[in-house]
Design a protein around this ligand. Sequence first.
Ligand code: SF4
Length: 549
Amino acid sequence: MAVSSTPARSPRRARGEGQWALGHREPLNANERAKKDDNPLNVRARIENIYAHGGFASIDPADLRGRFRWWGLYTQRKAGIDGGRTAVLEPHELEDEYFMLRVRVDGGQLSLEQLRVIADISQEFGRDSADITDRQNIQLHWIRVEDVPEIWRRLEAVGLQTTEACGDCPRVVLGSPVAGVSADEVLDATPAVDAIVERFVGDREFSNLPRKFKSSVSWLADMPYEINDISFIGVDHPDYGPGFDLWVGGGLSTNPMLAKRLGVWVPLDEVPDVWVGVVSVFRDYGYRRLRHRARLKFLVADWGVEKFREVLEKEYLGRSLVDGPAPALPDKPIDHIGVHRQRDGRYYVGAAPVVGRVSGSQLNQLADVARAHGSGRVSLTPYQKLLVLDVPEERTEALVTALRGIGLEARPSTWRRSTMACTGIEYCKLAIVETKARGQELVARLEERLGDIDADITININGCPNACARTQTADIGLKGQLVMGPDGRQVEGFQVHLGGGLGMAQGQEGGFGRKLRGLKTTADELPVYVERLARRYLDGRTGPDEAFA
Ligand code: SF4
């Protein structure tokens, strides 16, 4: 046999990373194939015309487990399947005939009419379930495909939508929950949020991205800006005035990376054009070959910010961007809990459910309470909390009391204020561990045993390594996995990450918690474990200003 002297090309080099702009369109992984076979937005017509009439059994599996997500629909996990079987069962064995439905609330603001529509849908179609997510969405459960067209009709009648709430597309655009009212805000970013949503959400040019694309636009750094694909944060330019600093390439999951500043200043009216430039770079140059390398962060990490900026300017914007200064960033998250004066002299009141769990009936009560205290709107935060806006000063204390009466606490303990939990095993097919009930139990236990404390200790509880509730950015980040129980059998538990935090990326030092091999706890022992950690910190600190990290 003749031996070639030409070195074999590695399969990876031959196929590239699946970047469209470099001509790498084949071969396709299953996700890319499904998107190529049919634009996922087309599934809406099939839901309305076929599946809503034929029921769950009539749904094409490629739509069910793929394209449905572009309309905010995920199949719900079947009850009673333990986390040990998540990885071994087939998708159809894990899923129930019901859906989780994510309602996007771009910018986080809801009129009371919109709030009531969501609440009524929850009560009528979703067994009264509702969660405020850590991306300003409201997620409903127990939804039947038969009811989806009517739910869309009701949502869209009040300007809400589920379009591209999930899937490989532009997800909800985060905005400050106090945009337009904050005394600290110089420029209200709402027009840019609205323009991005109106122009580009549901646009087929951007409905097949390599993976999800997470955005935020806010003057205040009251967003998890370091972990979005794109973030615009307010900054005052010495020559040009107020505008926005641009960050790209953040993301968590199993390869966490902090977003990087491009060093440019963008005026408010140019934010949508720059946003679409960045999303276009991602669409064309993003890695599609391997799903786990398909987020924008991998491209930014490989290219570096100089090349990314150059490609954005030359190939997509056709002009140079203005160099800009770094914004002043807070050293800890701004969650807006409590009573705060607005710049118009009225007040907003931020209140905490426990780990984002609410209900349709509670949201209807919230609308009643807000209305009775002079407010016409609420907003959601990316910390699973909510605000009642525009309250006259003389009504604020009565509002705090009324909110408490419906299970929303405007003066919460540190534990309630600083604990978040993802969906977890109750509904999520990827989960290994239960999260929401454990989070509620943990908060109750810490309040009982430690009372309130004069320190912030953030606790983020996640049901698997996907980090939807931001495992790596909490003082105590919990990643759900199986661990060895006391009797030597595997049980639900958590890998513990310590000392992470948002608001710590200034200077790109990195704010991710450290994962230490031995730091694990069973889920049953979690309350005792966290209490012990908290006591050790409280006993050992030199004063209240010493951070947990
Ligand atoms: Fe589901 Fe895992 Fe995300 Fe939690 S972190 S919602 S368990 S995918």
